[in-house]
Design a protein around this ligand. Structure first.
Ligand SMILES: Nc1ncnc2c1ncn2[C@@H]1O[C@H](COP(=O)(O)OP(=O)(O)OP(=O)(O)O)[C@@H](O)[C@H]1O
Length: 340
């Protein structure tokens, strides 16, 4: 393991930001710290970086107890959402900075800067000032700069958070490819589940200062440990007091044993699929309709339209998680709210 966090706690006044957090970050992998805003992701990253001191617990990096080490002795590189570059220095000078203060030979600095700029596809911008780059190019420069000193760990705090959706998506694909090339142990913070699912090898779900689950994207999506994780990673709807994925519900137009009876209240076409909102018998129009997704062809074959009587049951093998108490998905939306 590259990073071992053991029993870390952190409070700000009365507020507990991290509550006895333990996690092992594997060497050479891309790990996402994922969770809703305020859950403690950045605090954990900053404690690993040494920019924040934990109240209790231990941080080990590459086998060394780093708990009391200052950031510059931890051999970590970091990149934040709003990267502070040296504005008066060219891109190549910014990237060279860490090597120059370490008094590396000139020829080595030159070669390494060239390699890094090639790696982040900024060779042609070497002589520009940071202000002459786009937001995405600046973040790539920041990554080159962080990688220059060959850190054993790269820590990224929402590195693409300030960029528009399209650039963000390009950069996340690029980060994945970059990581496949350099294999440096990387931990990145995100509140975007799609970003974590697409990019990470391993995801640590953090909520209210606690770890909810650790696993591969597949593990978390297919085997969520609880209703929070299930609701946070992917769409969910509530069927018979359980969270179910909307594509995991079987719809029949004739009564079926144990099925929930209801009436189609709304049919919504979204791209290639159709969302059917089913109001269970006796339920009110209070936004708690069961949502089922299916292909348009299938919806047509069942003849589904507003007013059709249907019976719903989970597909065989569907993941179901009991709904515990109040809604728990981010933003306190009702658990069956879906983005349409
Ligand atoms: N210096 C501080 N003083 C007081 N409270 C703080 C401080 N830093 C963080 N907090 C609080 O600790 C909690 C966790 O913050 P943190 O930044 O770790 O969350 P996060 O999961 O990274 O959220 P976001 O995605 O919004 O950045 C928040 O409620 C925040 O208000």
């Amino acid at each position: 393991m590259s990073i071992e966090v053991r029993g870390v706690t952190k409070s700000y006044g009365d507020f507990v930001a991290l509550d006895d957090v333990s996690v092992s970050i594997p060497t050479g992998r891309l790990t996402a710290l994922l969770g809703p805003s305020g859950g403690g992701k950045s605090t954990l990253l900053r404690i690993i970086a040494g920019l924040e001191t934990a109240d209790g617990g231990q941080v080990e990096i590459e086998g060394t107890d780093a708990t009391a080490l200052p950031p510059q002795r931890r051999n970590v590189g970091f990149v934040f959402q709003h990267y502070a570059a040296f504005k008066h220095m060219s891109v190549e000078k910014n990237v060279a900075f860490g090597l120059e203060i370490r008094k590396r030979p000139k020829a080595e600095v030159k070669r390494r800067v060239h390699e890094l700029l090639e790696l982040v596809h900024l060779e042609q911008f070497a002589k520009r000032l940071p202000s002459q780059l786009s937001g995405g190019q600046r973040q790539r420069m920041a990554l080159a700069r962080a990688l220059a000193v060959e850190p054993s760990v790269l820590l990224l705090d929402e590195p693409f958070g300030a960029l528009d959706a399209k650039v963000r998506k390009e950069l996340r694909d690029w980060l994945r490819r970059l990581h496949d090339e350099v294999h440096v142990t990387t931990v990145f913070v995100t509140h975007d589940q799609e970003e974590a699912l697409e990019v990470a090898d391993e995801i640590v779900v953090i909520n209210q200062g606690r770890i909810e689950q650790i696993g591969s994207p597949e593990d978390l999506y297919d085997e969520p440990a609880n209703d929070f994780v299930m609701g946070f990673l992917g769409e969910v709807t509530t069927l018979d007091h359980h969270l179910v994925r909307p594509h995991d519900i079987q719809v029949r137009t004739t009564p079926a044993d144990g099925g929930v009876a209801g009436t189609v209240a709304r049919v919504l076409r979204v791209g290639f699929e159709v969302r059917i909102f089913v109001r269970p018998e006796g339920a009110a129009d209070d936004g708690t309709d069961v949502v089922v997704t299916m292909t348009r062809t299938f919806a047509r074959s069942l003849g589904l339209e507003v007013g059709t009587r249907v019976w719903l049951s989970p597909e065989q093998g569907a993941r179901r998680v009991p709904v515990v108490g109040a809604p728990t998905v981010p933003g306190d939306q009702p658990v069956d709210a879906v983005k349409v």
